[in-house]
Design a binder for this molecule. Structure first.
Ligand code: G3P
Length: 217
């Protein structure tokens, strides 16, 4: 499973990329707001720092407007992926952009039939929001399971990009189901590394090593 990092914080992305944890990046208007940066500048910096797809989201709500914004965004760098909402207008824009060879991430997916529509529109990625689904009393992972099954049934190449990931168990479950990608906030990506037995084991090894009085090199 690929890991995308869900942030517009360039310093975080660079740090995680150095550890080999970043196959791509997803941003959205809320994350750009949180970063307090100009969107076009921040997308350009991220796209230069990461080889994989960098999702940049349109904010127009009509297809023609989305396409105009997509032209600006995809001119930034070849690895910019256009993010459109899962609406009829978004799917129109998706179909056009995908037909032109531009990668499209269809976002705000909350049902398996919506994901089916995104795949039919030629999306490269569909983003089901598991955390927000859980928040309102549905099972976000059941949604991922259904989408996986539907895409397998018909051989759709659209990648399932699990979004709104809130904790490591979301990542574990997504991997067990066979989702293609998880887009993970930096803090959760770091949590994936942690295990108390790793910390305790390292502490014990270092304490014993100090007792040997040796150095390496
Ligand atoms: O990728 C979508 C994600 O940013 C939404 O996450 O935690 O705001 O539901 P959240």
């Amino acid at each position: 499973m690929k890991f995308f990092v869900d942030t517009a914080d360039v310093a975080e992305i660079a740090d995680l990329a150095a550890a080999g944890l970043v196959d791509g990046v997803t941003t959205n208007p809320s994350l750009v707001h949180r970063a307090g940066r100009n969107m076009l500048e921040v997308v350009a910096e991220i796209a230069a720092a990461v080889a994989g797809p960098v999702s940049a989201e349109v904010v127009a709500t009509d297809a023609e407007g989305m396409l105009r914004e997509a032209d600006v965004l995809r001119a930034i760098a070849p690895n910019v992926c256009i993010k459109v909402p899962l609406t009829a207008e978004g799917l129109k824009a998706c179909r056009r952009l995908s037909g032109e060879g531009t990668k499209v991430n269809v976002t705000l997916c909350f049902s398996a039939v919506q994901a089916l529509l995104a795949a039919r529109a030629g999306a490269s990625f569909v983003s089901p929001f598991v955390g927000r689904h859980d928040d309102v009393g549905f099972d976000g992972m059941a949604l991922i399971r259904d989408i996986r099954r539907i895409y397998n049934n018909y051989g759709f190449g659209t990648e399932i990009l699990v979004a709104s990931v809130r904790h490591p168990v979301h990542v574990l479950d997504a991997a067990l189901i066979g989702a293609d990608v998880a887009t993970v906030p930096p803090a959760v990506l770091r949590q994936l590394l942690r295990h108390p037995l790793t910390d305790r084991g390292l502490e014990a090894f270092l304490a014993d090593w100090a007792k040997t009085g040796q150095t390496i090199g």
